[in-house]
Ligand binder design. Structure first.
Ligand SMILES: Cc1cc2nc3c(=O)[nH]c(=O)nc-3n(C[C@H](O)[C@H](O)[C@H](O)COP(=O)(O)OP(=O)(O)OC[C@H]3O[C@@H](n4cnc5c(N)ncnc54)[C@H](O)[C@@H]3O)c2cc1C
Length: 398
């Protein structure tokens, strides 16, 4: 039997403790809001997902007072990206040191550790409550407002949460999005990703990402902490059985066949990732706001999803009414409308570009990258995409 035995009335309910939910809880701590975060899984997030924080994201971590915690957890610096042919001819080298930004480097840390560092920091606030494992399972509305959310606990009891603001940070199959009636468009890319981990085959003190562009395929070698490299590429679904059943030796040979200079890479399989884009027509409805993949899941080829989520959190916090005023539906509505407009403006072009890039052939990408260094406009665009710094100076933390 299901029993409702508790009612919670926080200012903010966050559904989902992936990077988006955990980062919001971390960033908003100490500002006077009562926050409840519910997460259905006891497992940490998949370690192979987004792990490189762009320079703008590093500045956000500093603003949120959590950068030192990342460094203490073992985060390492990456100084750039190199695009090469499979024969190792450089197509584009993109170092970051010369950029006049506060943190001219990417910071990387395994995805699961990023989540746990953010969540631990959120716990510094005595007004923060984490319910885990706990699943947001029922949503009721009153005049377009999400009046309450039923949260199921493992012992079959249900906590009713009545929050002024409900944040759907529950990933790309967002129940919050669905319950709020926000239309979402989904595009499934035909080629899933495979990723593997192993000691870095080409250790490099600059820890750069090496992106090898062949005639019809791209292989990316991404540093992970502790001298490990993640190698990833898209594949035809018919190739999955080979990779799933492959031995270390077979993977070593197959990787060396793709890119000869990666010969000797001894790896374990990290997993297969179906790649899906989700685009919602709005990021808010009533007192609900969507964050992260719930609002805009995107192809990971350009390493943007987690970084875009962090920038959204900064904007959302900027827009929110103070803790004293968040109970006022008129003020909250106006704040969320402001957020929606800003976030849509920032993301629409980015999502379109990301989608176009994910579908374009390797030849077109090589041609584009080959022109970036010699064309000021393309250089500015490349820097914007890869650092997170916007062309509007007032949005930058410099
Ligand atoms: C292979 C790969 C590599 C990537 N690389 C990069 C990269 O280099 N850079 C980058 O920026 N991005 C990258 N991304 C994308 C990035 O990982 C995602 O955009 C980001 O992690 C999404 O975080 P999220 O919190 O929005 O969603 P999720 O991580 O999906 O979190 C949602 C959470 O909500 C919980 N949940 C769901 N429903 C409920 C419910 N009803 N009740 C309670 N809890 C619920 C889930 O258990 C989950 O923990 C990559 C993705 C992949 C697959």
């Amino acid at each position: 039997m299901i029993v409702t035995n508790q009612v919670l009335e926080p200012d903010i309910l966050i559904v989902g403790s992936g990077i988006a939910g955990a980062a919001l809880a971390c960033a908003i701590r100490g500002r006077g809001y009562n926050v409840v975060l519910v997460e259905r899984s006891v497992q940490p997030p998949d370690t192979a997902r987004g792990d490189h924080l762009q320079p703008y994201s590093v500045a956000l971590l500093e603003n949120w007072g959590v950068l030192e915690d990342f460094l203490a957890a073992g985060a390492e610096r990456r100084l750039g990206t190199i695009y090469l042919s499979e024969e190792q001819e450089i197509i584009l080298s993109a170092p970051l040191e010369r950029l006049e930004i506060p943190h001219p480097y990417y910071l990387y840390l395994n995805h699961d550790v990023i989540g746990s560092v953010l969540l631990k920091k959120a716990g510094d606030d005595k007004n923060f409550t984490l319910l885990r494992p706990a699943t947001a399972s029922g949503f009721s509305f009153d005049n377009e407002r999400m009046r309450s959310v039923n949260v199921s606990l493992p012992d079959d009891t249900v906590v009713e949460v009545r929050a002024h603001l409900v944040v759907g940070a529950d990933g790309r199959n967002s129940r919050v999005c669905h319950a709020a009636g926000i239309p979402a468009r989904t595009h499934k890319y035909p080629r899933p990703l495979v990723a593997m981990f192993g000691p870095h085959p080409l250790p490099d003190p600059r820890n750069e990402v090496l992106s090898f562009l062949g005639n019809d395929k791209i292989t990316v070698c991404i540093p992970r902490i502790g001298g490990i490299a993640k190698i990833g590429f898209t594949l035809d679904p018919s190739e999955i059985p080979f990779w799933r059943n492959s031995t270390v030796e077979q993977r070593r040979e197959a990787v060396a066949q793709r890119v000869p200079c990666l010969a000797g890479y001894e790896s374990e399989l990290a997993g297969f990732f179906p790649v899906i884009q989700v685009t919602t027509t709005a990021y808010t409805h009533g007192n609900v706001v969507l964050l992260g993949d719930a609002a805009h899941a995107m192809h990971p080829a350009r390493g943007q999803g987690m970084n875009v989520a962090l920038r959204g959190i900064e904007r959302l916090i900027d827009c929110l009414p103070s803790p004293r005023m968040i109970a006022d539906p008129v003020q909250l509505h106006a704040a969320l409308q402001r957020y929606d407009a800003m976030q849509k403006q920032a993301n629409t072009r980015l999502l379109e570009d990301n989608h176009a890039r994910a579908r374009e052939n390797v030849g077109a990408l090589r041609a584009y990258l080959g022109k970036v260094a010699g064309d000021q406009r393309l250089t500015a665009r490349y820097v914007r995409e890869t650092t997170g710094y916007s062309p509007e100076p007032e949005r930058n933390l410099v």
